[in-house]
Ligand binder design. Structure first.
Ligand code: MTE
Ligand code: LUZ
Ligand code: MOS
Length: 788
């Protein structure tokens, strides 16, 4: 059954609260009397031995209650989730500039921050590594390298008519969620703690706080109302700040709040992983890709964090939406002396996909053809096998490509660009097509579970708790829609509660674009159970069934009963029983009005010893066209248009999904074009403010941004047939790099352009007029820490 139009067009249920400024974020929580405020003292250098910490001046400063270091940790000084390699507070050694060493708690935030400025540390510097390739050479790896293989690569090269090699690199990316990291920890009775955290992963906060404090998880309740954005930056890295607040609350028995200022957030938290990669691609004479070999060097930073999982997704997506019969992908997670990098929308997928797009562009440029010819020739079809063994099913790669090309008249657009380029000397345009394919499910199978707790209150209103964290992506709207649809009531009856570990336990983070599917399916199940119980009682009320002892109706409800529009229907006929009357009567007859349900994605599995399996519930597909217009004199450019034909399945909320697609595209364009992290020679982040780190604003968004919804029947594991949409559209942004590259080559066909993103105007200018720049090199300037 399809959701009604009223439910489908609900939009974002949070919208009214947001625009009125009434939505509650962490920093809006009323503070309890006696609340202390924390500020963090961090390592000023990238690597060294911590000899001494001078905290007396800070301790004596006005308002300061305590300065806590590693020695004050009652449990384990360890926050590493996948690999136990990250202390909460540095002890003995520091491994990156910005690594927390101590936390000050004071009566006001200003006092805490002033006290931090009085602290110094004696650190004996040690040599630091900033380049992932160098780290790999030195053997500084987070985990052993992994390889995905398909076919017989070594034999395939000899069958190739064309073979091309090269390197490609992509930079990091700052999440720049509007709400910075923060938490508020409040002691509760009998040695408990309640932690309000701006986290995507409430259970990670609970588990880690318990570990660090040395107490059982049941003493800690984590509550999340909503986030002002996460984008992956709060999947794992909300945890340290929440645990520091918890440490303060635990030791000082007072409520403790810790909210990072923007500059601290930017220098102390991890970003998208920069990657350096080598590729080799082999094509048959008919341009089929026969062989592809790729090596990824992931800049993990100083600790594992989520890097091994991110690395894995790079491997899963290294062939993007192409069928490659013979491939070998090897990935190294390299330990460097920068902040540990973390999840960011796409989770390593974009880094992998950039490289095969670079390989295709290299081949196309050498062969003097459009990349699109090679791309189109190699798109996946149903029945093709991915390098990890899963068979492509319900594959819409070609469908989205063909729809894009016809709907947006790409052939005409191409001609128009050629005419423009022929008639303009100082402006050039470039077009890139960007097909995408993204696997939906956490790559760690066990993480694909969620649960829901649904109460129907005796007045007919409904409260839903799940593991899903709302961060602007609209998951609350979708879960509310599922409940309204499942119970046959209006959306206004449904309230989505905060995400709370005491109501819904053992949660996976809201991530991997899977929150609506996992939590929606759990909610659907809980509502199925409630509906069955209520309809069984309706059958009794209508004289269609008898009531068994104890108030529970005997047998299944009479077939044909349903709740629609808040009324019980018998077939197509409305009965006299309204939703509220049914609920009231069921309650008086002692029918349980609460249901809890668990959902675990069926069928998925993966064997990491063979690197084969069926890890994804399904894949999201789509194709975009990106057009860049370049000012040949200045090296500046605009992204003129971004047009996409995207497979949403049957979108359950087109307003939310369009927002996700548009936001993802712009965020992806930002990563590829203007967002550039710069570090100084000591590994300190120089771009730690909005004045130096540029993200796309409304002027940088494409002048024409159109997303077409391919309305196709969705796969069964997608909630209500509506495909996951959180991350995939970001991948379209990769096309921006290639569109600018095409425009540069239109101006200067001999331009020597590295496959190095972001392709900032500075790099563009150098590519356009490289020879002239080489002649008079500027004085040394800050470089990206990972630059080769
Ligand atoms: N959209 C908004 N507005 N804010 C966010 O923080 N995070 C993205 C995406 N869209 C994000 C967002 C990321 S990284 C993911 S994994 C998904 O939303 C998570 O939500 P979902 O699982 O409900 O799609
Ligand atoms: N997080 C995670 C993710 O732990 N596993 C994943 O597979 C994933 N994928 C995308 C985003 N976050
Ligand atoms: Mo998103 S990177 O899965 O939080």
């Amino acid at each position: 059954m399809k959701p009604t139009d009223a439910i489908r067009h609900a939009g974002n249920v949070d919208a009214a609260g947001h625009v009125r400024g009434e939505s509650i974020y962490l920093d809006d929580l009323p503070e309890q009397a006696g609340t202390l405020h924390g500020a963090v003292f961090a390592s000023p250098i990238a690597h060294g031995s911590l000899r001494d910490l001078h905290r007396d001046a800070a301790r004596a400063a006005p308002g300061v209650i305590a300065v806590l270091t590693a020695t004050e940790i009652p449990g384990e000084n360890q926050i590493g989730g996948i690999v136990p390699d990250e202390p909460l507070l540095a002890a003995g050694e520091v491994h990156y500039a910005g690594q927390p060493i101590a936390v000050v708690f004071a009566t006001t935030e200003a006092a805490a921050r002033a006290a931090v400025k009085l602290m110094t540390a004696d650190i004996e510097p040690r040599s630091a590594v900033f380049d992932p390739r160098e780290a790999a050479r030195l053997g500084h790896l987070i985990v052993p390298p992994r390889s995905f293989r398909i076919g017989d690569l070594d034999a395939a090269w000899s069958q190739c008519a064309h073979v091309f090699e090269g390197s490609a690199e992509t930079g990091g990316q700052e999440h720049l969620y509007i709400e910075t990291q923060g938490a508020y920890a409040i002691p509760t009775e009998a040695g408990g703690l309640r932690i309000h955290s701006s986290t995507q992963g409430p259970t990670a906060v609970q588990r880690t706080a318990a570990r660090v404090l040395g107490i059982p998880m049941h003493r800690i309740e984590v509550d999340v109302t909503r986030l002002g954005g996460g984008f992956g930056g709060k999947e794992d890295q909300a945890t340290p700040w929440a645990v520091l607040a918890a440490l303060g609350a635990w030791r000082l028995r007072r409520p403790c709040k810790l909210v990072l200022h923007r500059a601290d957030d930017m220098r102390m938290t991890g970003k998208r992983h920069p990657y350096a990669s080598d590729f080799k691609i082999g094509l048959a004479a008919d341009l089929r890709i026969l062989a592809y070999e790729v090596t990824f060097y992931q800049d993990a930073g100083a600790a594992a964090d989520l890097s091994p999982a991110v690395l894995e997704r790079t491997l899963f997506h290294h062939t993007n939406s192409y069928f490659v019969p013979n491939a070998r992908a090897t990935a190294y997670s390299c330990r460097t002396n920068v902040v540990p990098h973390t999840a960011f929308r796409g989770f390593g997928g974009p880094q992998g996909m950039f490289v095969i797009e670079a390989a295709i562009a290299r081949a196309a440029e050498a062969l003097g053809i459009e990349s699109a010819v090679i791309q189109e020739r190699n798109l996946l079809r149903d029945g093709d096998v991915f390098p990890y063994g899963q068979i492509a099913a319900r594959c819409n790669a070609r469908r989205t490509w063909e729809d894009l090309v016809s709907r947006f008249e790409i052939a005409a657009l191409r001609q128009e660009i050629e005419r423009f380029n022929a008639s303009h000397a100082t402006e050039k345009k470039g077009l890139a097509l960007m097909p995408i394919c993204f696997g939906i499910s956490f790559t760690k199978t066990f993480m694909n579970q969620a649960s829901a707790l649904v109460h129907v209150y005796q007045d007919g209103s409904v409260g839903v708790s799940t593991a899903a964290v709302e961060m602007g992506q609209g998951v609350n709207s979708k879960v509310a829609q599922v409940a309204a649809h499942g119970l046959g009531v209006g959306l206004a009856r449904v309230r989505i509660e905060s995400t709370n570990t005491a109501r819904v336990a053992n949660t996976s983070p809201s991530a991997a674009s899977a929150s609506a599917d996992l939590n929606g399916k759990a909610t659907e199940r809980a509502c199925d159970a409630l509906r069955a119980r209520l309809l069984a009682h309706a059958a009794v009320m209508l004289g269609k069934a008898a009531t068994a002892a104890g108030g529970s109706p005997a047998g299944a409800p009479a077939a044909g009963l349903a709740v629609r529009d808040e009324r019980v229907y018998d077939g197509d006929t409305p009965t006299k029983i309204a939703w509220v009357d049914l609920v009231r009567a069921a309650f008086l007859n002692r029918v349980q009005l609460t249901a809890q349900a668990h959902y675990a994605t069926p069928e998925i599995h993966f064997d990491w010893t063979t690197e084969k399996g069926h890890p994804f519930a399904y894949h999201a597909y789509g194709t975009a066209a990106i057009v860049a217009r370049l000012d040949v004199v200045r090296g500046t450019y605009v992204i003129e248009s971004a047009l996409a034909s995207h497979d949403f399945g049957r979108s359950m909320n087109p307003i939310v999904d369009r927002g996700q697609a548009e936001g993802g595209i712009v965020q992806g364009i930002g990563w590829m074009t203007m967002e550039e992290l710069m570090f100084d020679a000591e590994g300190r982040l120089r771009t730690n403010a909005l004045s130096t780190y540029k993200v796309p604003d409304i002027y940088a968004a494409p002048e024409r941004l159109e997303v077409h919804f391919l309305d196709l029947e969705g796969p069964p594991h997608a909630i209500l047939g509506s495909k996951a949409v959180g991350e995939p559209p970001l991948l379209y942004g990769i096309g921006a790099y290639f569109a600018v590259r095409r425009a540069i080559r239109a101006a200067n066909p001999k331009a020597d352009i590295a496959f190095s993103a972001p392709i900032t105007p500075e790099k563009t200018l150098r590519a356009l007029h490289g020879a002239r720049f080489a002649a008079r090199r500027a004085a040394p300037r800050p470089t990206r820490a990972h630059a080769p």
